[in-house]
Design a protein around this ligand. Structure first.
Ligand code: HEM
Length: 496
């Protein structure tokens, strides 16, 4: 009885403390506009259930942010359990957060569901000095001129994709383009970064691809449903996700060990990114195998889905905008004709192609938002923002802001053609278009993604006529990255 009484006292004490903390937190942010949560459930959970309802009905969280922006304005706050999140839909605030202040970030995806996934890799390292030395080690390998040396690898993976799609099109079935692109981007990053031949394009049930997808699912679950471990209906899913992450780590360790042995034999002279990284290590102590495994996984995760999604969105929009498709095809035919190898000079001339790729990422940014922590109190558009606030940098929301992108629902690559009258009249501000983020922690792989995206888009348009399957959903879903819900189903017809 005595034990029970003490236990109750502890639980009551903890509950009171938690309630008091929540009360203080809510008070700190109550001057900011935003959706209000009332009653006892609202007090403890904030907008948690509204978000769960929203995402369970196959809608993306970003759409809710966009709807809230229209009601509450460019700066607003909302509560999820014991955290307040502030959305800033404003260019000056973006510039300050990402460039001038270079605010610290959250290690989202480092240990989802308690498993080491991206760990202390480049994307999730939060310690600035450790991050800086690692980034400087890798920057070289991602420079445009270095990546251009791998143009034959980008081309040859593109040719494998064209051949596979050509074979599939003979069966007259509709093809899920996202799946094919996702396998292709995996093969490209494996080859260019690590000199690995994964050939997942011709082995669509590849385990590696499956594990990476489950890892991303684990991050999404962690983010959107922080209480998932307490929900019995989620137990099976969580077990599967955790096992997949462990399998991915095992696969990565084995692959890396084998690759390092090979590279050692040739004195790290290959020009792939892994070899370059090892050559740049200053001393033996810099070599941390666990972190290398984290980076190995990080590059697959950072470089695969994002680029595959961006390309899928291009086709989703091209299938609905025949005028844009015609202009794109005219350019590709004029620049490339029927030649197979796309050179650096060709890429430079594919201006409309590049504008299509950019516009797809404006309307459908693969990374629709990311967070930053404000270390000290600041003022944004006249609102006082308390210290230790988590900001969401709203790539999706700001890309659909009428003030910055007139007629935002329209797919209009001309926005990005610098000599076009529309682009001249509606100049795009670099702080309102940032699919690769901005500032020191911007995407290290952006040159990689642009080369791959433009080259593959041009190759597919050069080789195929296509039509969208008419009964599919054109909606999008968020699995950490944003992707088309039905994967862009198409009927393809080879042109030659
Ligand atoms: C269309 C394709 C891509 C998009 C939209 C994209 C977007 C982004 C964004 C928004 C960030 C910043 C995230 C944050 O601050 O939390 C980022 C970081 C990063 N990306 Fe990408 N990315 C793409 C392709 C790639 C590729 C191809 C690679 C690798 C080859 C890559 C590797 C990384 C890494 C390692 C980071 C962390 C950089 C750092 O913190 O120093 N990404 N990416």
């Amino acid at each position: 009885m005595k034990i029970l009484k003490s236990l109750l006292a502890v639980v009551f004490g903890a509950f009171t403390y938690h309630s008091f903390k929540l009360y203080i937190l809510r008070r700190k942010y109550r001057h900011l506009p935003g959706p209000r949560s009332s009653g006892i459930i609202g007090f403890y959970f904030g907008q948690y259930f509204e978000i769960i309802r929203h995402v369970s009905s196959n809608k993306i969280l970003q759409q809710l942010h966009l709807d809230w922006t229209k009601i509450y304005g460019p700066v607003f706050a909302y509560q999820v359990l014991d955290q307040m999140i502030v959305i800033i839909n404003d260019e000056t605030a973006v510039k300050t957060a990402l460039i001038q202040e270079d605010l610290p970030k959250k290690g989202v995806g480092a240990f989802p569901l308690g498993e080491r996934f991206l760990g202390l890799g480049l994307l999730t390292e939060v310690d600035k000095s450790k991050w800086r030395s690692r980034r400087s080690l890798m920057n070289n390998g991602f420079k445009k001129d270095i990546l251009m040396q791998s143009l034959d690898e980008f081309n040859s993976k593109g040719d494998v994709l064209v051949q596979r799609l050509s074979d599939l099109s003979k069966q007259n079935d509709c093809i899920c383009l996202f799946n094919e692109l996702n396998h292709m981007t995996l093969d490209v990053i494996a080859k260019v970064a690590f000199d690995l031949d994964t050939d997942s394009l011709n082995n669509p049930n590849s385990k590696l691809n499956y594990y990476i997808c489950r890892g991303l699912e684990a991050i999404t679950l962690d983010l959107t449903d922080p209480l998932c471990s307490f929900r019995p209906c989620k137990r099976g899913q969580i077990k599967l996700l955790r096992q997949s992450i462990r399998n991915l780590r095992f696969f990565s360790i084995e692959s890396l060990k084998a690759k390092l042995e090979e590279l050692k034999e040739e004195n790290f002279l290959s020009r792939n990114i892994l070899s370059l990284m090892i050559r740049n290590l200053k001393s033996e102590e810099d070599f941390d195998f666990d972190k290398l495994v984290d980076d190995f996984i990080t590059f697959f995760v950072g470089g695969q889905e994002t680029t595959a999604n961006a390309l899928s969105f291009c086709f989703l929009e091209l299938g609905q905008n025949s005028d844009v498709l015609k202009k794109l095809r005219d350019e590709v035919d004029q620049v490339l004709g029927r030649k197979e190898f796309i050179s650096q000079e060709d890429l430079a001339r594919l201006e409309y192609t590049s504008a299509v790729f950019k516009e797809a990422m404006r309307k459908w940014p693969p990374v629709p938002s990311f967070s930053r922590l404000s270390a000290k109190e600041c003022e944004i558009l006249g609102h006082k923002i308390p210290e230790k606030t988590w900001f969401q940098m709203p790539v999706y929301v700001i890309g659909r802001n009428e003030k910055y992108f007139p007629n935002p629902e329209k797919f209009l690559p001309e926005r990005f053609l610098k000599d076009h009258s529309f682009a001249k009249e509606n100049k795009i501000n670099s702080y309102t278009y940032f699919p690769f983020s901005l500032g020191p922690r911007n995407c290290i792989g952006q040159n990689f993604a642009k080369i791959e995206g433009n080259l593959i888009l041009a190759k597919l348009i050069q080789n195929f006529e296509f039509e969208l399957e008419p009964n599919q959903s054109l909606d999008v879903v968020q699995y950490t990255t944003l992707r088309p819900v039905d994967g862009v189903k198409v009927y393809l017809r080879p042109r030659f």
